[in-house]
Design a protein around this ligand. Structure first.
Ligand SMILES: *[C@@H]1O[C@H](CO)[C@@H](O)[C@H](O)[C@H]1NC(C)=O
Length: 223
């Protein structure tokens, strides 16, 4: 019996090392179901779609970050998505994603596509490294929008390439700059994220692309 147990434990260890035991549990809770936005969520988007899209977004993020084993990935086993009666658009913290029912209510275009883009952005926050808290907020937000861009969910109101004032302005501005950098070196964003596991400094741009981030920003603006 002891032998069987130890054989079983070795088997589990091997699975873990090979990264085969990847299983993420997604829960979706509409806590605003009695509000107009909560009703619109149920009618136009739905809990099942949100669960499926959470899983597809996660797979897309792992692929974009070139993370194929559990050792590469953040150790997250459950992500909880909430539709809340709150202001703003959405945020992620503590392996939770909160989306505003009021935002869903007020959105006049294709709300399912917009929601999907928001979910890709927030799901990236669940899985990305943040330089142990040292990375600029604009870079963190830029990487989340970069993933949204590459997934094909950039909304039409975003800035166009080369617009914006600073590389770390965040969101769409930084996403388009990162896309330019990734064009200079395929896999750049994946490598940058990987370096951001333990800390952060702007020298990462020099290490990966041979130029300072300010030189790269000037080159991008002039391109
Ligand atoms: C991952 O997290 C789970 C739950 O928090 C924990 O039980 C497990 O030991 C962790 N695995 C690793 C490899 O750190």
């Amino acid at each position: 019996m002891a032998h069987k147990i130890s054989t079983f434990l070795s088997f589990l260890t091997i699975l873990a090392i090979l990264g085969l035991s990847t299983a993420v549990d997604y829960t979706v809770t509409n806590r605003a179901a009695s509000t107009p936005g909560g009703v619109k969520f149920n009618n136009n988007i739905g809990v099942e779609y949100t669960k499926q899209t959470s899983a597809s977004a996660t797979n897309f993020i792992w692929t974009t970050f070139k993370q194929s084993t559990n050792a590469d990935k953040k150790n997250v086993t459950r992500v909880s998505v909430f539709i809340d009666d709150m202001d703003g658009v959405a945020y992620a913290s503590n392996n939770e994603i909160h989306v505003s029912a009021r935002y869903i209510q007020g959105y006049s275009g294709d709300v399912k596509t917009e929601f999907t883009g928001v979910l890709y952005h927030e799901m990236t926050h669940i899985w990305q490294w943040n330089g142990n808290g040292q990375a600029p907020g604009g870079l963190i937000e830029g990487i989340a929008d970069y993933v949204r861009l590459k997934a094909g969910y950039a909304p039409s109101h975003w800035v166009k390439p080369k617009e914006g004032d600073r590389w770390d302005q965040g969101y769409d501005v930084t996403a388009r700059f990162l896309d330019y950098c990734n064009g200079l070196r395929n896999g750049f964003v994946a490598e940058l994220n990987k370096k951001m596991r333990g800390g952060y400094n702007n020298g990462f741009f020099v290490e990966l692309l041979g130029k300072t981030v300010d030189q790269l920003w000037a080159q991008y603006k002039a391109s």
